[in-house]
Design a protein around this ligand. Structure first.
Ligand code: BCO
Length: 327
């Protein structure tokens, strides 16, 4: 069992934890073998950095908790859409150390949300996020601590992007520095009419460190990424749509976006992509994610595995029974 399990862990670095959980249960035939400890181990394996890379999660957690303030709030709704709110309005929703730890805990929650289909990431009080809290940054400005914080946030944001939920960043006000990086850890970005996404890192004598540069290149291409980072350009909704950083804008005609608050408009926008049963929507995200992250042959094998989880499943059988037509 141990050798099989270790082999499986090596394979499932990319595959989402729930797949591992399910297959472990099947292979062992004993659900009790997948206890909290094993799940935690699997979560660590789905992260980028582990002790092999000199990363000590508990040590950096302790360090980050020394910089408290604000919170990351999670609301899981019956609709299958969760709302994650970056909440530190007195600092324009800058990330304190404890908020970085909070975010990791909320991602844990979402990884285990079997009924989930969609996720909206927003900032409190009509602005998105002004990056890392400069007070914390000053206090841990030595390269060693900076690298540890960077690994912690890369782990968390990678797991956020790999959730089997279709995610959208709802950008109101400003998304600056690490806040701009956070928007790239979602599948889509929606920009309110007066909003700005700006990778201000160059002005701070930095480059992105939370994985934002690598993800940005995937989203807008290397030419545009170079312009955005090299010029610390302000991306408004018009430029965002033009270069593909924004997938939609809010504040259009009522008919188009459903009207209401920006959050209601974002819920309306995402609802068209998450209609249907959770296992099917989660499978959609998984096949796209594997196509995005894996080599073609690995992605094809993953697609086959994910296909196997929905083929002959309840939604498939129901559709066959109802002889549905796609007019
Ligand atoms: C790898 C991660 C890299 C990074 O994220 S580095 C951080 C990048 N972010 C920044 O440099 C943002 C710096 N802040 C600003 O440019 C401006 O505060 C900002 C966001 C444009 C808002 O400007 P205003 O509307 O004029 O408001 P304000 O400046 O009076 O700000 C209100 C209060 O919020 C505070 N604040 C804003 N961003 C912060 C941050 N990142 N860390 C800590 N505190 C921050 C700001 O100091 C002010 O506080 P207070 O009222 O003076 O006590």
């Amino acid at each position: 069992m141990h050798i099989y399990w270790l082999k499986w862990i090596a394979q499932c670095t990319i595959t989402h934890i729930s797949d591992c959980h399910k297959q472990l249960q099947e292979s062992s035939g004993n659900v009790h073998m997948v206890d909290g400890f094993s799940l935690r181990l699997l979560q660590i394996q789905s992260s980028l950095y582990t002790s092999v890379h000199g990363f000590n999660q508990e040590e950096i957690r302790e360090k980050l908790l020394a910089f408290p303030g604000g919170s990351i709030d999670l609301l899981k709704q019956d609709s299958g859409i969760a709302v994650l709110t970056i909440n530190n309005p007195s600092r324009m929703n800058a990330f304190s150390g404890s908020m970085m730890v909070d975010l990791e805990e909320q991602v844990n929650q979402l990884e285990n949300w079997t009924e989930g289909k969609g996720l909206i990431v927003q900032g409190a009080a009509e602005t998105f996020c002004s990056g890392s809290d400069l007070n914390a940054v000053r206090a841990i400005s030595n390269p060693q601590d900076g690298m540890k914080m960077c690994m912690f946030m890369q782990n968390t944001l990678t797991r956020l992007l790999r959730l089997p939920l279709i995610s959208v960043a709802l950008v109101e006000g400003r998304a600056l520095g690490g806040g701009a990086e956070l928007t790239t850890a979602c599948d889509f970005r929606l920009m309110a009419s007066d909003s700005v996404i700006q990778f201000v890192h160059k002005h701070m004598g930095l480059v992105p460190g939370w994985g934002g540069a690598a993800r940005l290149v995937h989203i807008v291409g290397s030419q545009n990424a170079l312009k955005l980072l090299g010029g610390a350009l302000k991306v408004d909704p018009k430029l965002g749509l033009q270069i593909g950083l924004a997938d939609g804008t809010l504040g259009g005609s009522q008919a188009e976006d459903g009207g209401g608050t920006p959050l209601q408009q974002a819920e309306h926008w995402i609802s068209r992509y998450i209609k249907g049963p959770a296992p099917v929507i989660q499978a959609v995200k998984k096949v796209v994610l594997s196509g995005r992250e894996l080599s073609l042959s690995e992605a094809l094998r993953t697609e086959k595995d994910v296909f196997g989880t929905v083929w002959g499943g309840p939604a498939n059988m129901q559709a066959l029974a109802s002889k549905s037509k796609h007019k």
